[in-house]
Design a binder for this molecule. Structure first.
Ligand code: SF4
Length: 236
């Protein structure tokens, strides 16, 4: 008997059915070993598992190559690949990882092996089914992201010291909006709040000065990997 499950991919209100028998595969864009460039785990040697596919189209997206390209891999094959690298940290990123149901089991299996696992997600997919051992890096899309108002409010319940809410700031308007959102939802009191300057649109120095002048409680981050290697480099 074929059992069908359905994913809401949002884009064009498309619904795609996946046979349960296929749900153990994940479409992967790339798996590589590098230095974590973001979050409070920045600097740690990390294996990145980049899933293929994203339903959003952020103006500053630097992984457009992951929108479609990729190969299906079994969770077992992904586990083997991850374990071939000498890392204690694994970052599940995309694209949007939570579009693919087998990602949840992959994260749990990695946690079972005592990896430090983080998930980078766009914020408009609820994280309720994510293994609680996983550090969630949840985006909050600002007005100038091109995908405003997509944040799934259910994700506010994960506001704790283990969760990080990331705002990519493109402009002064974005900064003002982010401060309002974070204050209204008491994110500064409960969680790590990350402000990251959009590499294309905003000078890091402008954001640094703004945080100081406005006495923001946000933690500024830059995309460390773009300073170590070329900003356009892939797989590093
Ligand atoms: S959610 Fe991430 S991968 Fe998707 S378009 Fe936005 S920046 Fe790109």
């Amino acid at each position: 008997m074929k059992v069908w499950i359905f994913l809401d991919l949002r884009e064009g209100m498309e619904y795609r059915g996946l046979r349960m028998a296929e749900a153990q595969d994940i479409k992967i864009n790339e798996i590589f070993f590098s230095i974590q460039g973001e979050s409070s785990w920045a600097g740690y040697p990390t294996v990145f598992v980049r899933t293929s596919g994203c339903h959003l189209r952020c103006t500053y997206c630097d992984t457009t190559y992951a929108y479609h390209a990729g190969e299906k891999m079994s969770v077992d094959a992904i586990m083997d690949k991850v374990q071939s690298f000498p890392a204690a940290y694994v970052c599940i990123t995309g694209g949007e990882p939570l579009l693919q149901p087998a990602v949840y089991g992959l994260m749990s299996r990695l946690c079972d092996l005592n990896y430090h696992v983080s998930l980078e997600t766009s914020g408009d997919k609820p994280c309720g089914a994510v293994d609680p051992r996983v550090k969630k890096i949840i985006d909050v899309k600002t007005p100038d992201s091109g995908e405003p108002d997509c944040f799934h409010l259910d994700n506010l319940r994960f506001a704790d010291r283990e969760t990080e809410f990331k705002f990519v700031i493109c402009s002064e308007r974005d900064f003002t909006w982010a401060e309002k959102f974070a204050l209204e939802n008491k994110l500064f009191e409960k969680s790590n709040v990350l402000y990251s300057p959009s590499f294309k649109n905003l000078e890091a120095r402008w954001l640094a000065e703004k945080i100081l002048v406005e006495k923001s409680k946000a933690r500024m981050q830059v995309q460390l990997h773009k300073y170590i290697w070329s900003p356009d480099a892939r797989g590093v």
